[in-house]
Design a protein around this ligand. Sequence first.
Ligand code: NAP
Length: 304
Amino acid sequence: MYDVIIIGSGPAGMAAAVYAARAELNFLVVEKSISGGQILQTSDVDNYPGIQSVSGFELASKLREHAESCGAEIIEDVEIESFRPIAGGYELIFDGGKTMETKTILIATGANPRKLGCPGEEELTGAGVSYCATCDGAFYRNREVFVIGGGNTAVEDAIFLARGCRKVTLVHRRDTLRASKNLVTKLKSLPNVSIIWDSVPERIVGSGQVEAIELRNVKTGEVVSYPADGVFVAVGTKPNNLGWEEKIPCDEGGYFLADETCETKVQGIYAAGDVRTKNLRQVITATADGANAIYRIEQYLAEQ
Ligand code: NAP
């Protein structure tokens, strides 16, 4: 029986693996595809302290190398279907029926940004289309960008981008923002921000790099093209909660309810990184979770 099985090998899972190895726990990391998580889709990471700039792919490789150098065993291409309580822990049931026993489970499966689904979005992701203003905003200094969405993230992103960008346009599909009042007031006070209401992206245009965005007014059907250097999509995120929201309490967005200790509401099950409720979803907060979760798991195992 393992002390802990870590599900997911993004920054939270890899940090947890390093800490689990240092704590001399008997552990395993399982990953449904290839290790790395969301940073594999990030062109550059330049806000991780101590590393001035690194590609997402390289950072993912370094995190994995570090974990493996500590002795972590990582199994890829395995999908976990469900779990059930057994004496002293849990049995994890894999796709295909194989099972493994573990005293605790650490879920570090991350989240994915919701997509717009319009033409040009996928092709130009990483070439002007971004899902993370905090990560990529610095590359658009003195440029003209569009932010899509009307929630807190979109409005915060627009405020953040307005510090460095020449012009920021927020595009919302309705005529009222969902974001909190104080953020909206701040947004509207900024001289280089404008809002286009009742509109959705019809197409993102560019050959190799974003050059323009076509917006469709949902009331009139009119489509207008605007020159653009960047498009920041902030239409919400979707946690990879494994479909376990019935068994492990989640918030209304599907994120596992857990605080900094990463303890979920189910004894012996922990959630670290983007998949848990938290304010800021970044590499640095995910790796911090990995450390905190293992620290709490060590305490829990000692208590048992
Ligand atoms: P969100 O609140 O779900 O907002 C998503 C926004 O995107 C909504 O305005 C929605 O429009 C729009 N949208 C959704 N699908 C769309 C589509 N296909 N095309 C165009 N627009 C689309 O997501 P979020 O802003 O990422 O926030 C997630 C949670 O984190 C929220 O609970 C939020 O309050 C919280 N959060 C809090 C803070 C803070 O407190 N400082 C900061 C960030 C996030 P509609 O409004 O028409 O539905």
